[in-house]
Design a protein around this ligand. Structure first.
Ligand SMILES: NC(=O)C1=CN([C@@H]2O[C@H](COP(=O)(O)OP(=O)(O)OC[C@H]3O[C@@H](n4cnc5c(N)ncnc54)[C@H](OP(=O)(O)O)[C@@H]3O)[C@@H](O)[C@H]2O)C=CC1
Ligand SMILES: O=C(O)[C@@H]1CCC=N1
Length: 267
């Protein structure tokens, strides 16, 4: 049985643990975590029902797979302090934004087996979209293990590492961008006199239905837009207003800004 070590027990690693437990993919006794202090590790482990290690070194030593789920800035100072021999024969999965396979190798072992994964916040619901990039020395058996773990908690896409920044922008960051859209539309309804709670529920249900319609009917966005825009009707006026206010350009700019920050983290 594969032993998983979670370095960091925040939003994402906690979400992965919850998703793996809920999907019965890995049992609790096969998972061990650390957080920033031993007290925090113990508390997080108790809540999740998994093990904790007394130090990051002890965590790595007992594991087959180590999932790096601390912030990139933390990993950049922490990893170089860890004895490099501990990384031998470990599969290292990093979910950190920005940190490249090459940087991760420099901070662990030159020949380390590294998998970069970019999941998103929906992972605890088993609804993540996870991008995956492998270092060249990962075996097919290891790839099968990684796919098994992350397919259990959402969909997976294997990408060239150069495309990770784009995947991060449209999938990793997507929950925030989507929530912003929900908030804007809900508050626009509040301005028209609807209560916020009701507006938000309506917007969320309308979005879920729309997304299922696009996915299950294999519709291109403009197919659906054209279906909704009745000639001389209401929607075309709203669509024209969104276009005039450059919604598409605004989204291009957001993706570009996200990618710029990702590239800064890789410096
Ligand atoms: N948030 C998101 O939507 C996404 C984040 N990511 C990536 O996931 C990673 C984690 O993000 P997120 O979960 O949001 O961050 P959080 O801040 O929620 O979690 C970070 C975790 O790291 C722990 N930590 C800090 N220092 C150490 C240390 N020295 N040793 C062990 N653990 C330590 C923290 O401990 P403590 O709990 O004690 O503070 C905390 O549990 C980041 O690299 C991010 O780029 C990837 C995809 C999406
Ligand atoms: O904001 C971040 O850096 C992380 C990566 C993707 C989502 N959150």
């Amino acid at each position: 049985m594969t032993k998983l070590a979670f370095l960091g027990a925040g939003n994402m690693n906690t979400g992965i643990i919850k998703g793996l437990l809920a999907s019965h993919t890995v049992s609790a006794e096969m998972m061990t975590l650390t957080a920033s202090t031993q007290e925090r590790s113990k508390a997080k482990a108790e809540v999740l029902g998994v093990n904790y290690a007394e130090s990051n070194e002890a965590l790595i030593q007992q594991a087959d797979v180590v999932i790096l789920g601390a912030k990139p800035q933390v990993l950049m100072t922490l990893l170089p302090t860890i004895d490099t021999s501990l990384w031998q024969n470990k599969l290292i999965i990093s979910i950190a934004a920005g940190l490249t396979i090459e940087q991760l190798r420099q901070m662990t072992l030159p020949e380390a087996k590294i998998v970069r994964i970019m999941p998103n916040m929906n992972i605890s619901l088993q609804k993540s979209v996870s991008g995956i990039a492998y270092s060249t020395n990962i075996t097919q058996t290891e790839k099968t293990l990684v796919t098994h773990l992350f397919e259990a908690i959402g969909s997976t896409y294997v990408l060239d590492e150069k495309d990770f920044v784009t995947l991060t922008a449209i999938a990793g960051c997507s929950p925030a961008f989507t929530a912003l859209y929900v908030d804007g539309l809900s508050r626009a309804a509040v301005a028209q006199g609807l209560p916020l709670d009701t507006s938000r529920e309506i917007v969320i249900d309308a979005m879920i239905g729309t997304l299922l319609n696009l996915k299950e009917n294999h519709l291109a966005p403009w197919d659906l837009i054209n279906q909704v825009c009745s000639p001389g009707g209401t929607t075309i006026q709203g669509v024209a207003s969104l276009e005039k206010d450059q919604l598409t350009t605004t989204l291009f700019n957001a993706v570009n800004a996200t990618i710029r920050r990702d590239e800064e983290l890789s410096q």
